[in-house]
Design a protein around this ligand. Structure first.
Ligand SMILES: [Zn+2]
Ligand SMILES: [Zn+2]
Length: 328
């Protein structure tokens, strides 16, 4: 099963809109910063710079990640999605560091923000646009099963929170008398708080990328595979072990050991395994592959009859059983 062409086009269009709106946001927020000179507003604008860089990189990954497997990359290119998410998280962390730096410099120079009213209006506009864009991206990402788009949407939504924080800080400054000495402290303090939030968002994206790149165990997906095996289980299959799976984009790769009677012919065993492999892929509803290694109950296949099947060997296979590691 491959991604339908219409989904592919929808993903691409969503990424393009995300990029264009990101550029618009950058313009709005930079404009607000130039008008006000506020460290708080600059923190929001810097985050936007990072955002545009991340979305541009996402574009490249999109093209690459959806290409089918080829001679160079026989497992496909789906892991590029995690690369994109990790890059996005990494640059967000850098942006947080830049914001703290700017806020501290602002404190040292005692820089007074001005034209707060205009800045406030521009940030409100940016937050509303981001709220609409972020919700839509998450929706499209889930619909087309694209981890990148969904992560991008989550990022845009977290920017709405950043902007709300900016609005609270800017609102307080607006209420205070102009050129009050505390303004500088409030401006820098709010900027640093926002940087901590942005740092947390970036860290979460980096962790998500690590999970995907390092093939972290996915008990829920393993459960679906074990249920699929149980559904068409032959009574002579005694055990499943060494089951593991990894994902790459839309594709899932599963392998495990299956214990079958030692006297089964290669032809019979192959037919059973082939049927099971097809069945698992159908149940998971994905592309990818299932590879089954055959075991039999004897350490020495020349000694004749297999031991009788124990009653415990007829229970449905469990996730704990399937994922335990056995040598051989
Ligand atoms: Zn390639
Ligand atoms: Zn084995």
């Amino acid at each position: 099963m491959t991604v339908p062409g219409s989904d592919q086009r929808l993903r691409f269009r969503a990424a393009l809109i995300s990029l264009l709106v990101g550029l618009l946001m950058l313009g709005l927020k930079m404009g607000a910063y130039l008008l006000t000179g506020s460290a708080t507003i600059l923190s929001d604008a810097l985050e936007s710079v990072v955002h545009v860089a991340a979305v541009a990189f996402m574009f490249w990954c999109f093209r690459f990640a959806s290409a089918p497997p080829d001679a160079e990359h026989p497992y496909g290119h789906g892991k590029a999605e995690y690369l994109s998410i990790g890059f996005e998280g990494g640059v967000i962390v850098l942006a947080a560091a830049a914001i703290v730096w700017q806020a501290v410099v602002g404190l040292i120079h005692g820089h007074q923000p001005g034209r707060i009213d205009l800045g406030f209006a521009l940030i409100v506009l940016a937050a509303l646009i981001n709220l609409a864009l972020g919700s839509w991206l998450v929706h499209v990402g889930r619909k087309t099963k694209s981890a990148i788009l969904e992560a991008d949407g989550q990022h845009v939504l977290s920017d709405v929170w950043t902007s709300l924080g900016v609005l609270v800080g800017v609102g307080v400054m607006w209420l205070m008398p102009a050129n009050h000495p505390a303004l500088v402290w409030i401006d820098s303090g709010v900027a640093i708080l926002l940087a901590l939030f942005i740092l947390w968002v970036g860290g979460r994206l980096v962790r998500q990328a690590m999970r995907g790149l390092l093939d972290e165990a996915d008990p829920q997906m393993v459960g679906r595979v074990v249920a699929a095996i149980n559904a068409i289980r032959d009574p002579s299959w005694r055990d499943v072990h060494n089951l593991r799976l990894r994902r790459s984009g839309d594709a899932i790769f599963v392998d495990f050991h299956l214990v079958v009677p030692s006297l089964w012919s290669v032809a019979a065993a192959h037919a059973a395994v082939e049927k099971l492999e097809q069945h698992i892929l159908r149940v998971l509803g994905t592309q990818g592959s299932v590879l089954i290694h055959l075991d039999h109950p004897h350490s020495d296949p020349t000694v004749g009859m297999d031991p009788p099947i124990d009653s415990s060997e007829t229970n449905p296979f469990t996730v704990a059983q399937a994922t335990r590691f056995k040598q051989g």
